[in-house]
Design a protein around this ligand. Structure first.
Ligand SMILES: Nc1ncnc2c1ncn2[C@@H]1O[C@H](COP(=O)(O)OP(=O)(O)OP(=O)(O)O)[C@@H](O)[C@H]1O
Ligand SMILES: [Mg+2]
Length: 363
């Protein structure tokens, strides 16, 4: 129960094709996140799964049942798809209390009164709104209203959950807590979940699998670990990671990538290509020393941003800016010399034309 299948989905608004031939399978119980920049087609995709939007072409199956097929003329309406939904606008009924909003759908399902009461209590507890049952939505903050929408899903226990930026109205601390709640919820309910966000932290922390979308197309799909460590192309490499990945353009010569002030040693398979390429390394994969070390690159310190547990350092090798991420609260004055070294295994190499990761080709 709970498999989702999208086949050849195309959707346009006017002349703009916003979803371009999308194929996607979400396995039963999987937590899949669609991640991408604003306007890339995430909400449109979710709305098509929910039945709130009709694709121009393609087929959608839920639990082996065709709910949409352009060719066969099948269109199952949203209410008959039996999904749990939370969208960017998390509409609550304004004239109903929190309790009524949460339990309405349960009453329609003819679930016993005692079971409903128990699910309500449990759902409110999970979103930390115990004691708010008799309030009206207008008496709640935006974040609290959003949590009521989450509680409604918790109480409903559907086999498929579709969520569109359900945490966007929460403050940072509550968002971290709610992320943990959603993860627990997914573990406990085992519902197949499609989660839409442009927040990479949510995607990395919650998902079994991430789909990176750009301009209506899938750029990469993989586990959070793979997406972070083995980005398929420069778009994904730059989209994931905060502070962002360092990219250096250079020319291959004598087994090294010559980028001007810095040069990077290359694996033989990559060096044999010749020509130009772009090397990428994440800020935390660069080792730092306050004393000179043989073979390490000298840099000068610029702006430091201690965030508490970590410090982001902007440094320069002559005119090449490099971002470093070090653990701890670092205080150094500007222009202090430092020496850095790249962790060789953590380097990615990209084709300058196609922007594709070259390691994916050789491995
Ligand atoms: N009803 C509509 N009519 C016309 N264009 C639309 C409509 N809905 C969405 N679009 C366009 O389709 C594209 C994809 O929109 P969508 O809402 O799917 O983006 P998104 O990835 O969810 O972005 P965000 O992160 O900002 O929510 C956008 O360019 C948007 O302007
Ligand atoms: Mg959206």
């Amino acid at each position: 129960m709970g498999q989702i299948l999208l086949n050849g989905i195309v959707k346009s608004y006017g002349k703009e094709v916003v979803v371009k031939n999308l194929d996607l399978t979400v396995e039963t119980g999987e937590f899949l996140t669609i991640l991408g920049p604003s306007g890339c087609g995430k909400t449109t995709t979710l709305r098509m799964i929910a039945g709130l939007e009709e694709p121009d072409q393609g087929m959608i199956k839920l639990d082996d049942k065709v709910v949409f097929s352009r060719n066969d003329g099948v269109v199952v309406p949203p209410e008959a798809r039996h999904l749990g939904l939370i969208f960017q606008s998390y509409a609550l009924w304004p004239h109903m209390t929190v309790a009524k909003n949460i339990t309405l759908a349960l009453k329609e399902q003819k679930i016993s009164k005692s079971e409903i009461a128990q699910r309500l209590e449990n759902a409110l507890d999970m979103v930390q709104l115990t004691g708010y049952a008799e309030r009206y939505p207008s008496e709640l903050s935006g974040g609290q209203q959003q949590r009521v929408a989450v509680a409604r899903l918790i109480a409903l226990r559907p086999s498929i959950l579709l969520m569109d930026e359900p945490l966007s109205n929460l403050d940072a601390k509550l968002r971290t807590e709610m992320r943990a709640s959603l993860k627990r919820l997914h573990r406990d309910l085992g519902a197949t979940t499609v989660y839409v966000t442009h927040d990479q932290i949510e995607a990395l922390t919650l998902s079994d699998r991430i789909i990176i979308m750009n301009e209506g197309q899938i750029m990469q799909e993989g586990s959070p670990y793979d997406i972070y460590h083995h980005p398929a192309n420069i778009f994904v490499a730059e989209f994931i990671g905060d502070p962002g990945i360092n990219l250096f353009k250079g020319t291959i010569s004598n087994g090294m990538l010559d980028c001007g002030a810095i040069s990077i040693s290359l694996p033989t398979t990559i060096a044999n290509r010749g020509g130009n390429l772009i090397a990428g390394i994440r800020p935390e994969k660069i080792k730092v020393s306050e004393t000179a070390k043989n073979g390490w690159q000298e840099v000068t310190t610029g702006i430091l941003q201690p965030t508490g547990a970590n410090t982001i350092l902007e440094v320069k090798a002559e005119d090449i800016p490099i971002t470093l991420l070090q653990t701890g609260f670092i205080t150094l004055s500007e222009d202090t010399p430092l020496w850095i070294d790249f962790e060789t295994d953590a380097l990615s190499f990209f084709d300058t034309e196609t922007q594709e990761n070259l390691r994916n080709e050789v491995s």
